[in-house]
Design a binder for this molecule. Sequence first.
Ligand SMILES: O=C[C@H](O)COP(=O)(O)O
Length: 257
Amino acid sequence: MNRKYRKTIIAGNWKMHKTATETKRFAERLKGALPRSKRCSIVLCVPYVDIPAAVKLLKDSRVAVGAQNLHWEASGPFTGEISAAMLADLDVKYVIIGHSERRAHFGESDLIINKKIHAALAAGLRPILCVGEDLAQRQLGVTLEFITYQLKAALAGVSPEAMRRVVIAYEPIWAIGTGNTATPEQAGEVCAAIRGVLRKLYGARIARSTTIQYGGSMNETNAEALLHQEDVDGGLIGTAALDPEKFLQIIQTANQD
Ligand SMILES: O=C[C@H](O)COP(=O)(O)O
């Protein structure tokens, strides 16, 4: 990790797990055991209905609350949807956009993801933009081309100024929830390539200061090696973030590195 230029961010993505009652229990444990050192930022992306409980309990802690999705319009007849302004009003700071599960199960196109990035930025939220190849693409050797395409599509029209608030998460689909973590070298190679794309799009200074996370079966045992890679600036953690002890261990690792 290059701490001189960018912040390490450890983010949990709970996906569709935990009730508000379970959220309270988790937040209390997390808050009570956070390391003193503030070398990494911590984010917890919880289901919409858990946001008020998480914000209330983590209010005076160093843990920021994030959402896992939003709608791209500011308001309107979109039954069941949540806008960026609604999230910002609840004191949500981050929002995951373009997760492969939303792309696969909810038909989110690159165009929709681009609109969501703009909506998040306009409301003052920090988007965590997810990109990543599937197994077939990796085996075909087109990973870097595909990720370059995803980045360009998602970031179309995002100004250099706004880009300072964007976090990128490299999440190879084949590693998500499978236990098949990318090797540190694989994660490092793609995160470096992402930084290369950002350099071409936004210049060296912004590329150097953008936080690029790795996600995909990151846990308390493999985090150290992954976070040791020069271009891996944190993690977007699913399964291991459901257990406060495992999540705390990852935070501890990131603080020490
Ligand atoms: O957003 C998180 C990722 O999908 C990783 O999930 P996982 O840690 O369960 O593999």
